[in-house]
Design a protein around this ligand. Sequence first.
Ligand code: 13P
Length: 287
Amino acid sequence: MLVNASEMLTKAKAGHYAVGHFNTNNLEWTKAILQTAEEMKSPVIIGVSEGAAKYMTGFKVVADMVKAMDKALGITVPVALHLDHGSYEGAKACIDAGFTSIMFDGSHYGIEENVEKTKELVALAHEKGLSIEAEVGSIGGEEDGVIGAGEVADPEECKMIADLGVDFLAAGIGNIHGKYPANWKGLDFVALDKIQAKTGTLPLVLHGGTGIPADMIAKAIDLGVSKINVNTECQLSFAEATRKYIEAGKDLEGKGFDPRKLLAPGVDAIKATVREKIELFGSAGKA
Ligand code: 13P
C-alpha cells in the first residue's frame, strides 16, 4: 500500500539519513525503483514530473500503475507516489488521481503568491491525507520544461512557507537539475544552515541529486536534508547500458530485439544507480 511521505521523512530527519526520491518515466523505471527499495529494505519516494506523467498518458494512469505494481510485487517497504515540481493545476489533479504526495513549485511566483497558493494546496492535500512539499528560491537548470535560475532561498521566506504547515521544503542552495558544470561552486552550506535554523525540525529537500559528491551529500544530511531527488543519473545509466547492448550487436543475435531483452541491461543499470544512492543516503534497512 502506498503511503504519504510525511512519516518516512520525519523519521529520516530524526535519524540523520535521507530518503531517495527517484523520478520514474515508465513501467521499467517504476519496477526497478520498487524492487531495489524492497531489496534494500528502504523507504522510497517515486517522483513524477508533469512531463513524464503526460508521456505516460496522465496522472491517473501513473497512480494506477504504481499502486497495482506495488501490490503485485508484494512490496513491504513504505512507498510514496509524489508529484515533482507540480503546477497549481497539476497538484490539484494529482490529489484527485490518487497520488499520496505532491510538490507545489510556486518558486517562480512572488513570495506573496507562492504563500497564498501553497496555503490553499496544504489544506487540500491534508484533507485527503497527502503530504506536500513546497519550494523557495529555485533549482538551477531545467527539468521537463521547469526552468530555474538557481536563486539561493531566503531563510525568512523559507520560514513563511514552513509556517503554512508544509510537510517538507525544497530550498534552492545552489543545486542544479541535470549534470553539474565543471565550474559549479558547490552547495551553499551557509544558506542551508540558516534555513535549518529558521525551519527547525521540518525535513528539507535537496533537488538535483545527480552528481553531488558524497561529502556534500553527507554535510547536507547533517544540516537537515531528509529527501534527495535523483533523476538524470538513472537516465544516464539506462542510456549507457542500452547503448552498450546495441553497439555490441546483441539486438541482432537470436531474439535480442525482444524489448524484454533489449531493455534489461538498462533496467539493471537503473537498479545499480538506485542501490548506490540508497546506500549513500543511509536509508537502507530503515523501512
Ligand atoms: P537531477 O536530474 O539533477 O538528478 O535532479 C532531479 C530532481 O531534482 C527532481 O526534482
